[in-house]
Design a protein around this ligand. Structure first.
Ligand SMILES: [Cu+2]
Length: 388
């Protein structure tokens, strides 16, 4: 059995344009601000999970666990099925809720491997966009981080070398301000200005996990890999909008939707796509591969240098490029250009193909954008891309 303690509370998140935004969210400890997204629950298949939710907000809050089985709530007479709540002939909550200051206890069985969301089941049209969401990753029964990294079990074609979780959302500052001040707000007037990847807006997405300047946005999304590796990308749509996501460099192979393996008996139903839409409430699991075409300076195959305009060299005066098309080699950069390249790695962009979602209140680049960093073989180490 696994026991998880969550607190529904409030806090602020940082935006790279210098703004900060009032949010609601889940915290993993008492007396700390909400974090965005809530703590990621990494569970082993078959585990019985007990979640204690303490409500520090001024209105009822509940938790729902779409995709999980045997969801129960602890009542006066013991465990009972978690049912929607009605009052005065009106549905007031999809799940039994904790009143302000109270604690409620849920239980579920993580019967199936996959990527899932957890989120508020009370006034979800307000509480989820305010930030009351997080993700559940269920590793299959035979998963072993040292010897058997697989999303859905050995033999399902979902073996991988590294895994990364990406939760998409968006924020409307007027709505957040209205909630903070207790002002009325018309949900139909919703107008997001910020789009988030693990609660962060680019370029903060590139910063490591748990950096001090983002105390309430602990999860970075720089994807790190070596050429030839299989990288599992777990997308979860926690917002209201759809987020069409693609990495450059290669297609991704979609292996599961909403925690369901795309396989029928012996027939593999997975397929490759360039852009995969992470819709509201949906999750997608994909395998990404990039080989670098094995270009080396000794290789007689001619290669074309990347277009300098695509590498943000020029008027901006900075780049992530090593200066060489060959992984692990350094080339010349124009005079006056600053390079953020560390060890002659390559960077591949991954972003929302709704290009306005790549902005922070109209300013590009921002929003849902990150990089896949491909390091020269043998340089990355085994610890990158392990969800613990
Ligand atoms: Cu693109």
């Amino acid at each position: 059995m696994r026991t998880v303690d969550l607190w529904a509370t409030d806090g602020f998140v940082s935006i790279p344009d210098g703004n900060s935004l009032y949010v609601w969210g889940f915290a993993g400890a008492p007396d700390v601000p909400a974090q965005l997204p809530g703590p990621t629950l990494v569970i082993d298949q078959g585990d019985e999970v007990v979640v204690n939710l303490t409500n520090r907000l001024a209105e009822p809050v509940s938790l729902r666990f779409p995709g999980q089985e045997e969801v129960m709530v602890l009542g006066d007479g013991g465990w009972e099925p978690a049912r929607p709540q009605d009052a005065g002939g009106r549905r007031v909550s999809f799940m039994p809720a904790a009143l302000p200051g109270q604690t409620i206890t849920y239980r579920f069985v993580a019967a199936r491997p996959g990527t899932y969301l957890y989120e508020s089941g009370t006034d979800p049209h307000r509480q989820v966009p305010m930030g009351l969401y997080g993700a559940i990753v269920v590793h299959p029964a035979d998963y072993d981080p040292a010897t058997n990294r697989t999303a859905y079990g050995a033999g399902t074609g979902t073996e991988y070398d590294r895994e990364y979780l990406m939760i998409f959302g968006e924020m409307d500052p007027e709505f957040h301000r209205a909630v903070r001040l207790g002002l009325p707000h018309d949900v139909k007037a919703r107008r997001p200005r910020y789009w988030t990847l693990n609660g962060r807006c680019a370029p903060d997405t590139l910063a490591p996990d748990r950096v001090p300047q983002l105390p309430n946005q602990p999860y970075g999304t720089l994807i790190e890999m070596e050429p030839g590796e299989r990288v599992l990308l777990r997308y979860a749509g926690a917002g209201v909008d759809g987020h069409p996501i693609h990495p450059h460099g290669n297609h991704t192979r979609l292996v599961a939707l909403d925690g369901h393996l795309l396989r029928n008996g012996a027939s593999d139903l997975s397929y490759k796509r360039f852009t995969v839409r992470a819709g509201a409430g949906e999750t997608c699991d994909m395998i990404f591969e990039w080989t670098g075409l094995e270009f080396t300076p000794a290789n007689p195959i001619p290669t074309v240098l990347p277009n300098l305009r695509n590498l943000v060299i020029g008027a901006d005066g900075w780049t992530y490029w090593s200066g060489s098309a060959y992984l692990g080699h350094k080339g010349d950069l124009p005079v006056g250009v600053t390079s953020f390249n560390r060890i002659r790695e390559h960077y591949i962009i991954l972003h929302s193909h709704s290009e306005f979602q790549m902005t922070n209140w109209g300013e590009h680049p921002g929003g849902i954008m990150t990089f896949i960093a491909v390091y020269p073989a043998g340089t990355l180490g085994p610890d990158a891309g392990v969800l613990a």
